[in-house]
Design a protein around this ligand. Sequence first.
Ligand code: NAD
Ligand code: UD1
Length: 338
Amino acid sequence: MKVLVTGGTGYIGSHTVLCLLEAGHQVAVVDNLINSSAESLRRVQELTGQDISFHHVDLLDEAALTGVFATEEVDAVIHFAGLKAVGESVQKPLQYYHNNVSGTISLLRVMDAFDVRTIVFSSSATVYGEKNPVPYIEKMDIGANNPYGRTKEQVEDILSDIGAADDRWHVALLRYFNPVGAHESGRIGEDPLGIPNNLVPFIAQVAVGRRDKLMVFGGDYDTPDGTALRDYIHVMDLSEGHVAAVDYVAATAGVHRWNLGSGIGSSVFDVLHAFERAVGHPLPYEVAPRRAGDLPGFWADPSAALADLSWSTTKTLDQMCEDHWRWQKNNPNGYAAS
Ligand code: NAD
Ligand code: UD1
C-alpha cells in the first residue's frame, strides 16, 4: 500500500514511517514543519535504505494538498498532523481548533475528491476526560476537559459521522496513552521545542544537563507512592499499532476505535527510577504541588486492539527509558545540530 503520513516528520510519525517501510509499504509524507525537522526523515531513509517522498505542505492549504494527491497514488492516510500542547491550547484555542479541526476537514475533502477513504487518526486518551473509571474502555462516553482534547473529540465525531453516512469510508480512531522512548538505533526520537511539558522528555533533559531538576507534580495522590499513575507506551509499540490498524481498516469498512496502551499504570517515581537505571546514577528532583488539570491515574484496557489487531505492547518501562536515553545522549540538542 502507498500510505500518506501527515505529520510524518514528527515524533510518532517518523517512527511510524520507519515501521511502515519495514512492513513493505510505500510512504509519502506531508508536514508543515511547525514542530519538527525534516532531518528525522533523512535519518529514517538512512536506517531503512528506502526513499520517502516529502511534501512541505500545510494541511490548511487545500490547493497544495490537492497537488500532493495528484502526484502520489495514495491508498490510505495516517493522520498525525496537529498541535498537541494542552496548556497552549487553553491560551490559544482558536489556533488549535483551526489547525486540528479545520486542517482535518481540509484533508478529508481532498481525500474524498481523490476517492481515498481509508484513514487512521491520532486521537488521545485525553478524550476520556475526568469522569470515567479506570481502566478506560472504548465504549465509554467521552468528554475532554481542555481545548486540545476537544479538538480530538471533534475530529472523532466528524469521522464517525462521515463513516455513518457513507460506507465507503474505512476509519480507525486510535486513542494513545503516553508515548515515550525512541527507535533503538538512537537516531530518531522526540525533539520537543522549548521546555518540555511531558515527563520523560523533561527527565531526559535533566539527565543530559539541560535542566536542573525534575519537579514532581504532586506527591499526595491516593496512589502507592503518592505520585500520579499513567500508561506509558514505547513509541515503537505504538508505531507497530498503526501498521496493524492501517492494514486492518484497509480491508474493513466502518469506524473502529482502539486504545493503544499497555494496560499498566506506572507512577512518576517508577518512571524516574527506571530512567535513573538507564543513566546509571540518581537524578535530582523536588516534589512540587499538583499540576492543574492532572488526574491521579489512568490507563488503558487494551483488549480490543489485541482481539481485533493481534496487537499488544512488548516493551517494558526500562526499555522505554533506555531507548529514550540513548536518543537524548547521542543527540543532546535533538535534531538542531544536524
Ligand atoms: P509532533 O508535534 O512531533 O508531530 C506532529 C506533526 O504535525 C509535526 O511534525 C508538525 O510539524 C505537524 N503539523 C502540525 N500541524 C500541521 C499542519 N497544519 N499541516 C501539516 N503538518 C502539521 O507530535 P507527536 O507527538 O508525534 O503527535 C502526533 C499526533 O499524535 C498528534 O496529532 C498528537 O496530538 C497525537 N497524540 C500525541 C501524544 C503524545 O504524547 N505525543 C499523545 C496522544 C496523541
Ligand atoms: C499530557 C496531557 C494529555 C496528553 C498527554 C500526551 C496535560 C494536562 N495532559 O498528559 O492531554 O494526551 O500529555 O502524552 O498536559 N509530571 C511531573 N513533572 C513534569 C511533567 C510531568 O511530575 O515535569 C507528571 C504529571 O503530573 C503526570 C505524569 O508526570 O502525572 C505524566 O505527565 P505528562 O507526560 O505531561 O502526561 P499526561 O499528564 O498524562
